[in-house]
Design a protein around this ligand. Sequence first.
Ligand SMILES: [Zn+2]
Length: 480
Amino acid sequence: MRRIFGWLFGALFVLIAVLAFKTWQYKPEVQSEATAFDLGADLERATGALSQAIRFETISQGDHQAAFDGFLAFLQSQFPKFHATTERTELANNTVLYKWAGSDPALAPVLLAAHSDVVPIAFGSLDRWSYTPFSGEVADGYVWGRGTLDNKGALIAILAAAEHVAATGFAPQRTVYFSFGGDEEVGGKGAKSVADHLIKSGVRLAWSLDEGSFVLDDVIPGLDVPVASINLSEKGYLTVTLIAEAAGGHSALPPRITAVGRIARAVDRLQSTLMPGGLDGVSAEFFDKLGRYFSLEKRVLFANQWLFSPVLEEVLSGAATTNAMLRTTTAPTMLSGSNKENVLAARATAKINFRLHPRDSIDDVIAHVRETIDDDQVVIEVNRDFASEASPVAPTDTEGFRQIEQAIYSTFGPLASVPGLTIAATDSRHYAQVADAAYRINPFIVKNDDIARFHGIDERLSIENLNHGINFFGKLLLDQ
Ligand SMILES: [Zn+2]
């Protein structure tokens, strides 16, 4: 008996020692000391340019052609040295592509991207804005208005940096393309036309950089360092329609299961059966890098995934934000049945929207739907024209990734840099077609309070952030 206790005690001691050792080993990677960088561009002029840019109501939906024409002409007059240095091509849906030819044609080109179109002001919300959304008001250290965060702030930061660098006589070794999409919010045919144009011209990009994430400050609970998430991929998109047909008739004589009941059961089965997912691939990289910055009790879990991965995956699956990083998400969004309360539905439908993790294909999701519903009376309809696979996952062991990471460090100082996954669809999925690696981050600090401003009320960008953006893109340009 005593011997067994001895064994148990010994085993426990070994276990605790292993957990402690692994936790001790698991710490933030030492960042190479990046020296702070200041491009020295004219911030006041850039602030004025962003303010003016906001005044063009370049809304993607409806007819706003005059606003787009005005905006594109404004860019030409506002950034003359950039325009004198580059070759400009107008492509689909008010999208413009600029080419700044490098001195060494042997080097693969790169692409910096942003978009000029914006979402409309939500109906009935106008009087809740502190400043009229298209006034471009400069007040309290911010430029206010629709498009400041998404995405004219980045567009102006890129151009202000390029204008400054061009004025100094700098000439890149590597060809740099600049792409400004005009319809990102409604599908990105513009960005697609850029990818097609480059493919037709025989261009293969080393990398592209577009929106998709930010430097998140105080957004992730439990972390007291800002996190720059440089996203390597974006999730795919798929909507399936479930259809059940039945005889219909009077609701006083219902069958055992009605069309509505069949659809409700199918939706419930899908809702309660998560797509498989876990800590592998880009999700593993993200949480592995991020976990190092958490407090000790959480770090023990991340450091010892050999033991705790089931617990960890359970916890991460419990919150919407982390769950979306782990797996393909399932969201029932629309339902229809009978149009009268005492009439049985002859046809009931439900729409389920999926956002595909890079490990799953569209066909994998359809197979999951069929298997989970397990009802051959439910027809599964798929609109493949609106579906897209998840983007390829960009590698992190490239010169481009290192340059982007270094530009982040030199702009923002010490922070946690992690590779991430964009959970919504952006223009980047098109650029990814023509690039060996598509990276996604906007060099702005976003706090919790800013999240609701995206596509929302009181969208604004601080002048300090605009300065960060100009320095980041300036550093990146000078590295080419
Ligand atoms: Zn955007």
